[in-house]
Design a protein around this ligand. Structure first.
Ligand code: PAF
Length: 284
């Protein structure tokens, strides 16, 4: 059954009050729509663990540092609702813009430190937009648990820190990245790539795995990254913004996996910016 779409905060709050009165747990899956199997895996986890599930769809203008990216971001509300009909979702919250940023809106949530590196370096203002909208969605939905994909690993860390620092009583849960058979991480932006570009884009994951294997054998990160970058450029990527190893706990840059780490990448294929990351276990 298709869940009702609510566009006004007051309507969501009214339902939420009933749920809380009944002692039910509420899960939220925040999205910007253009749902793919990665999002649906978050919805599945939320449905398995919570009595009530709210999926939010809001293309948040404040987190786009590039106006063209915002204008071209896929908007597929009907298809999204259809995809969610296969799950036990209670409400699809698609707030009207004034429900998130009413006239005179003046507050920004900034997480320091974690946002200085990687995405934060290449997308100025992006994480302020994410932290601000996610704080609002947490408070508006009053959810007990929130589900995010590990594909946006830095976002997951930033959101966890924001909720902790602001004492928002919510558990932030990271779920594994869902990949195409080719290994390409699922992303709404993949919708904008041709089949040929999608095939080439899969090379990013393969090269990241090659770096992971080299690290396990004690090879130097800088050499591995240099060789992988050259192969990616040859395979059709136009630019590698970063390909770096970061601590899995505080994202500080590492040149060896002396602790649990993530290998993180951002690269451009056919005018589309793709990101990915994989787990790198600590080397003893
Ligand atoms: O990951 C996303 O789709 C967005 O950054 C989020 C968390 C929904 C906030 O707009």
């Amino acid at each position: 059954m298709t869940a009702p779409i609510l566009r006004r905060l007051a309507d969501l709050r009214a339902l939420h009050a009933d749920w809380i009165r009944a002692g039910e747990t509420v899960g939220v899956v925040p999205t910007m729509g253009a749902l793919h199997a990665g999002h649906l895996s978050l919805v599945e986890a939320a449905c398995a663990e919570c009595d009530r599930v709210v999926v939010t769809i809001f293309v948040n203008p404040k987190q786009f540092n590039n106006p063209e990216d915002l204008a071209n971001y896929p908007r597929t509300e009907l298809e999204d609702a259809e995809k969610l009909s296969g799950f036990d979702v209670d409400v699809i919250y698609v707030p009207d813009p004034d429900q998130i940023y009413p006239e005179g809106y003046a507050t920004t949530v900034t997480v320091e430190g974690l946002t200085d590196v990687m995405e934060g370096r290449f997308r100025p203002g992006h994480f302020d937009g994410v932290s601000t909208v996610v704080a609002k969605l947490f408070l508006q939905t009053g959810a007990h648990k929130a589900y995010f994909g590990q594909k946006d690993y830095q976002q997951l860390m930033v959101v966890k820190r924001m909720a902790r620092d602001l004492d928002i009583p919510i558990e932030v849960i990271g779920c594994p990245t869902v990949r195409e058979a080719s290994g390409l991480a699922m992303s709404s932006r993949n919708l904008r790539l041709s089949q040929e570009a999608l095939d080439k884009a899969a090379r990013l994951y393969a090269e990241m795995q090659a770096i992971a294997a080299g690290l396990q054998q004690g090879e130097a990160l800088a050499d591995l990254v240099e060789r992988a970058s050259a192969r990616l450029l040859q395979a059709g990527f136009s630019e590698i913004e970063y390909l770096e190893l970061a601590s899995a706990t505080d994202l500080k840059p590492l040149d060896r996996p002396t602790e649990a780490a993530r290998l993180c990448a951002a690269a451009w294929m056919d005018g589309i910016r793709l990101i990915d990351n994989i787990e790198i276990p600590a080397l003893n």
